[in-house]
Design a protein around this ligand. Structure first.
Ligand SMILES: NC(=O)C1=CN([C@@H]2O[C@H](COP(=O)(O)OP(=O)(O)OC[C@H]3O[C@@H](n4cnc5c(N)ncnc54)[C@H](OP(=O)(O)O)[C@@H]3O)[C@@H](O)[C@H]2O)C=CC1
Ligand SMILES: Nc1nc(=O)c2c([nH]1)NC[C@@H]1CN(c3ccc(C(=O)N[C@@H](CCC(=O)O)C(=O)O)cc3)C=[N+]21
Length: 283
């Protein structure tokens, strides 16, 4: 039976550290502040944003949710981002996805100042990540949180075969860069990959982010592997379920994350940790 990687518990530890860092910054006259912009009323986004806001407040971070109507134009959103870019009291800024079709995501990620980029999606920060820059810069929170989980559970990265299923800008691509920077041997597979099982079965570390419920089963996993399930899917009766078939996977894997209670809580903890880092770096 695999060891459970308890993201919920680890998130509490990270949040306690963040709270201490907030106290220290406030003593120096800096009050970390995060702005989350949300366009339209996507139900899932509303829930995440509410959770982020509540946690941020608990940790002493000033958190504002800027709710914009579904019909907001790209020019209007860019204007609002520009205002926050120039507001010295704001340290972290993010625009929740998905965005309505009239708004180009790429244009939005480019508009957010790299120094306030709480999501780490701006190409300047992605470039820093891919060139393994020694500078301080923000990184996409989900993969960054996964690195914290792997470290906390003493998963060896150097020389490990790491296989990532999915190549999105939010998870797969930054995850590949982080693991490569940590000297893992990295393979990224996706919907065009031939014979995906041949790769997943060789993975010492398997990270799955596709949005396809139960895509990965026990038979696709190398015995003893560390399995990280990023997927967040709703089944017929509204229950949250991952991209990994937990029941068949947990008897094969060495370590495994549950859904819920795995990667999700770490994403939020990492966003708040990173907001405080941005405030520190802004000094
Ligand atoms: N817990 C958390 O904090 C977070 C959870 N999520 C969840 O993670 C999941 C993935 O999110 P995200 O990365 O944004 O998703 P995207 O839809 O942006 O990307 C999905 C990726 O999976 C690949 N893929 C789809 N089908 C298959 C298949 N049959 N075999 C192999 N690869 C496949 C796609 O390939 P191709 O590129 O070829 O289309 C694509 O690269 C979702 O469930 C999402 O809700 C996301 C972010 C944070
Ligand atoms: N600009 C942007 N940045 C993001 O980081 C971003 C985004 N857009 N759009 C959507 C995805 C998804 N995401 C999650 C955050 C927390 C949980 C989370 O807390 N999950 C809990 C359960 C939550 C529940 O019960 O619904 C868990 O897995 O235990 C999940 C998913 C961030 N995302």
């Amino acid at each position: 039976m695999a060891e459970l990687i308890d993201g919920k518990q680890l998130a509490k530890t990270i949040n306690a550290r963040t709270q201490q860092a907030v106290t220290q910054l406030k003593a120096q006259g800096i009050s970390p502040k995060l702005i989350v912009i949300i366009v339209g009323d996507d139900q899932a986004s509303q829930i995440y944003v509410r959770n982020k806001h509540r946690k941020a407040k608990q940790l002493g971070i000033i958190s504002e949710t800027r709710q914009l109507p579904e019909e907001t134009s790209q020019a209007e959103l860019l204007e609002i981002i520009d205002q926050y870019n120039h507001d010295d009291t704001v340290h972290g800024l993010m625009v929740q996805s998905p965005l309505p079709p009239q708004i180009d995501e790429d244009a939005i990620t480019r508009a957010i100042s790299p120094a306030k980029d709480a999501d780490g999606f701006n190409p300047v920060n992605v470039g820093n990540l891919y060139s393994n820059s020694p500078l301080n810069f923000p990184v996409s929170c989900t993969p960054k949180g996964i690195m914290t989980m792997l470290a906390a559970y003493q998963v060896k990265l150097a020389g490990a075969n790491a296989v990532i299923v999915g190549r999105s800008n939010i998870v797969g691509r930054p995850m590949a860069a982080l693991l490569l920077n940590a000297s893992a041997t990295v393979t990224v597979v996706h919907s065009h990959t031939k014979n995906m099982q041949a790769y997943t079965r060789e993975a010492d570390i398997l990270i799955v982010a596709t949005g396809i419920a139960h895509l990965i089963k026990g038979e696709d996993i190398k015995p003893g592997a560390t399995v990280i399930d990023v997927g967040m899917n709703r089944d017929e009766d509204g229950k949250l379920t991952g991209d990994v078939d937990f029941d068949s996977a947990e008897s094969v894997a060495g370590k495994i994350t549950p859904v819920p209670g795995g990667v999700g809580p770490m994403t939020i903890a990492t966003l708040l940790q990173q907001t405080v880092e941005l405030a520190k770096w802004s000094e």
